[in-house]
Every structure is written in C-alpha cells, then in structure tokens.
Design a protein around this ligand. Structure first.
Ligand SMILES: NC(=O)c1ccc[n+]([C@@H]2O[C@H](COP(=O)([O-])OP(=O)(O)OC[C@H]3O[C@@H](n4cnc5c(N)ncnc54)[C@H](OP(=O)(O)O)[C@@H]3O)[C@@H](O)[C@H]2O)c1
Length: 291
C-alpha cells in the first residue's frame, strides 16, 4: 500500500516505521522539513504540508491507499483545535474524497467521554464533553462519520486514551521530578495506552476497521491515580506524592472525568491484543532505568 501519515510525530513515526518494515511505501507529513533525517532513518519518505493549508495537500505525491491522521494540536487551545482538527479534517476529506483512498484512520481522544461516575464507557456511551476542546473533537468525528455515511468516505475513528511510552507520560515524569500531587482523594481513574499499542490499533484499523465505526483504544486496566502513584512509590522506593491543595483541586475541576474506557470492541472486532495490558508492563523498562 502507499500510505500517508499526516502529522508524523510521536505516534505517527513508529507507525510509519512499522508499516515500512511490513513492506508498505510510507510517506510522513509534517509542517517543516526539520525532521527529514529522522523520518528517512525510519524508512518513511518525508513530505511537507499543513492540514490547515489545502493547497499544500494538493501538492502531495498522490495517490494514497491508506491515510492515517495523527496530527495534534501541539498543546494549543480551542482556536488551534478548530484549525487543526475541524478545519484540517474538512480539508483532508475534501482533498481525498473520490481519490480512491481505501482507508482513512483518525486519532480522536477518549476525552470526548464526559462521564464522571467511574462506570464502564463503550463506543455506544454518550460523547458529550463539557470542554470546548472536547466538543471540537466530537465535531471533527462528526465530519468523518457523515462523510462515511454520505460519501462512502472510508473513515475509521480511534478514540485514544492517555498516551505514554518512551519520553512521554505526564504523571510519571511529574512523579520522578517530585512535582506530582494527588488530586482530591486520588480515586479518579486514569485510562492509558502505550504508544506501541496505539500503533498496533492503527494497523488493525487500517487492515480490518469498518468505515464509519468508532473504536476505543485503551489498555485493559483503568487505574486510580492513587494506585498508580502507590505502584510507582513501591517500584522506585520513593514516598507517595503530597495531596493537592484545595485551590489546586478547584482549578482542575472543569472537564475532569472519571470512567473506565472499554477496549472490548477493538479486541473482539479487530483482533487487537495490547502488548502492554497495563501500566505495569508499559512502564517496566522506564521504572527499571530510574530505580
Ligand atoms: N497525547 C495523548 O495522550 C493523546 C491522547 C488521545 C489522543 N491523542 C491523539 O493522538 C494523535 C497522535 O498524537 P501524538 O502525540 O503522536 O502527536 P504529536 O507528536 O504531538 O504531533 C503529531 C505531528 O503533527 C504535526 N502537525 C502539527 N500540526 C500540523 C499541521 N497543521 N499540519 C500538519 N502536521 C501538523 C507535528 O509536526 P510539526 O510540528 O513538525 O508539523 C507532529 O509531528 C493526535 O491526533 C492526538 O490528538 C493523543
């Protein structure tokens, strides 16, 4: 297959490397040529473009059989979300519809689920986020699902949990730097996924994903923040982090969710099996290195 990875970064680069290893012809798109060496070393042909600039997409070396959109907001706010996710996706659909593309994978987020009761969340559960950025992700998904329905655009949506892996993992790094705080009573559930298992899910979706369908991408074990820190404390022989102040807790309230994201559909329908079923396996190497 000729594959284009749009936003070939933290997830896109190892995904491109794995697809190239499997014999596909892979192109990786970023906004600048700065990382060309890194892409080439992974067996990915670098291309430059910007999803917010449709003319830059039309200059790409078409046609592509598979397209994966792993563009991120680069930590920007709602304005960037609208430009990169909503308008960027609109531009990608307009550019690719009718091009013969066979599968289009979009990486959305489990942050679209606003549930706070700690219950199990499946793809059938309500996706009614309270934050503006969450709503923009739902709007983006809506564009893709409508295109799948109305134009037979072969879009598959992956709702991805908090990604960790080499060099990534917000709470883990805060813990190492002694900057972590236990929020509230620590009972809020975290839903995580190792980067390499996002890569596996994207490949499963490219090969077997059903257009117009949503799949959650999370590991097997939602874990409370307190339990996660407890495990790190034991493994690294460090004290538990202190509790957050009332002020810090109040500041975090908005958009804070509490849920167990189910990966059952991804497992059962696409045969995906996580290499790292929980944070314990996923962080084992990092923990060993920092012990
Ligand atoms: N991080 C998480 O925990 C998490 C959770 C759920 C879902 N996700 C989603 O998972 C996907 C992959 O995340 P990631 O961490 O791999 O992302 P990332 O590395 O932060 O960014 C991906 C790439 O997007 C490129 N990019 C940014 N703006 C662009 C634009 N306008 N046009 C073209 N390329 C652009 C960046 O390259 P340049 O800056 O060089 O252009 C970067 O290489 C994203 O869709 C993200 O929203 C992430």
């Amino acid at each position: 297959m000729r594959v284009l990875i749009v936003g070939c970064g933290y997830v896109g680069l190892p995904l491109g490397a794995e697809l190239a290893r499997r014999g596909h012809e892979v192109f990786g798109l970023r906004r600048t040529a700065d990382g060309e060496g890194e892409l080439r070393a992974a067996g990915v042909a670098p291309v430059v473009g910007d999803v917010t600039q449709p003319e830059s997409l039309r200059a790409l070396p078409e046609p592509f059989d598979w397209v994966v959109n792993t563009v991120s907001s680069s930590k920007g706010g709602a304005e960037v979300y609208r430009a990169v996710y909503v308008e960027g996706t609109r531009n990608l659909i307009a550019w690719l519809a009718g091009s013969g593309v066979r599968k289009f994978i979009h990486t959305s987020s489990t942050s679209v689920y606003a549930q706070t009761d700690g219950g199990v969340v499946t793809e059938e559960s309500a996706a009614e986020p309270l934050t503006e950025t969450g709503r923009l992700l739902v709007e983006t998904e809506g564009l893709l699902l409508a295109a799948a329905r109305e134009q037979k655009f072969p879009a598959v949506v992956l709702r991805v949990a908090g990604i960790y892996g080499p060099g990534r993992g917000h709470l883990f790094h805060q813990f190492l730097r002694d900057e972590a705080r236990i929020s509230g009573d620590g009972s809020r559930l975290l839903n995580m996924i190792h980067r390499d298992d996002v890569v596996g899910a994207a490949i499963a979706a490219l090969e077997r994903g059903e257009p117009g369908r949503i799949y959650n991408v999370a590991d097997d074990e939602s874990v409370s923040q307190l339990e996660f820190f407890r495990w790190l404390s034991e493994q690294l022989d460090k004290p538990l982090p202190p509790r957050a102040s009332a002020e810090e807790n109040a500041g975090r309230k908005r958009g804070v969710t509490n849920k167990r994201v189910s990966n059952r559909r991804l497992r059962e329908e696409l045969g995906w099996v996580p290499r790292y079923p929980s944070f314990r396996e996923g962080y084992a190497e990092d923990v060993k290195r920092n012990a």
